[in-house]
Design a protein around this ligand. Structure first.
Ligand code: SAM
Length: 279
């Protein structure tokens, strides 16, 4: 592992072997939640993400460059900046890059980054703006899409409650399209969430298919905490009961419910309706 952030430039290594330990490490980060948790790192694909991550002050542990990247001024410049901050640069073949990311057409740059989570207390200490809480959400694509939407509407951050899926899984990171580097996240238990809600100075709105309030009629006082439920089970009573409002998005067709990420987007755009404009 390189020592990202030590102040010393990182090493540059040419790797051709699939069984190189660094390649094995990156593959494990892509495929195993346990390895991500144990090492506190994750993989994100793409040059734009590496540039965004550098600009936002994230620590890049390794940057993997395929042959195309070595021909690209932008990629070489990003690699030089990452290396100056301590990242190890790996120059690899397209086949190795494809194996690492399990993609036939891999991006020319793949980064390994250090994970970041806010301390849960940080939310309670400064509960401003709009926060999105996800209770036991299972689908990484949903989580990533919600993070991207939270970024788009200028939400302050995400609370990941209980057994919510790993936001640093490759599928989640892909779905964020780079927003992973721009939206703070924190993890907490249901118990800690209920304690936070007790002291929340604004609106806490849960979304529920049995909610009696049309989501367009709620006066969303700031700070606003929006609580979304699990894809299969929805919100359990113990969580729904903590909310000041239980909102429902009206439906007329045969669909039982909206997709979780779609429902979150509808809610967030309503909550932020008066704050967002094209100018
Ligand atoms: N079978 C689950 C239930 O009965 O709640 C369906 C869950 S739905 C697929 C996942 C989440 O999306 C819900 O917990 C809720 O947060 C939100 N959701 C989806 N459609 C909604 C609607 N029409 N009104 C309010 N929330 C909705």
């Amino acid at each position: 592992m390189s020592a990202g952030g030590t102040g010393r430039p990182g090493a540059v290594k040419k790797i051709t072997s699939f069984s190189n330990p660094l390649i094995k490490d990156i593959k494990a980060l892509v495929g195993q939640r346990k390895h991500r948790q144990r090492t506190g790192r994750f993989v994100a694909e793409g040059l734009k993400l590496a540039t965004d991550a550098l600009a936002a002050g994230w620590t890049i542990d390794m940057l993997v460059l395929g042959p195309e990247a070595l021909e690209s001024d932008a990629a070489r410049e990003t690699a030089a900046r990452a290396r100056a901050r301590g990242a190890t640069i790996l120059e690899v073949s397209t086949a190795v890059l494809a194996a690492v990311t399990r993609r036939d057409n891999p991006q020319m740059v793949v980064g390994v980054y250090e994970q970041k989570f806010l301390a849960p207390e940080a939310v309670a200490q400064d509960p401003q703006g709009v926060w999105v809480a996800l209770d036991h959400v299972r689908d990484p694509g949903n989580l990533g899409t919600i993070l991207r939407t939270a970024d788009a509407v200028g939400a302050r951050g995400l609370l990941l409650i209980g057994e919510t899926t790993d936001p640093f899984a490759v599928e989640a990171v892909r779905a964020t399209m780079g927003s992973i580097f721009h939206v703070p996240m924190t993890r907490m238990s249901r118990e800690a969430f209920r304690a936070l809600v007790k002291k929340w100075p604004g609106t806490v709105v849960g979304t529920h298919l049995k909610g009696s309030t049309d989501y367009r009629t709620i006066p969303y006082a700031r700070p606003t905490l929006l609580l979304m439920g699990n894809e299969q089970a929805g919100l359990p009573d113990e969580m729904a009961e903590t909310c000041t409002h239980l909102a429902r998005i009206p439906q007329v067709g045969q669909a039982d419910s909206l997709n979780l990420a779609v429902a979150t987007a509808v809610m967030l755009y309503e909550i932020r309706r008066d704050d967002l404009s094209l100018t």
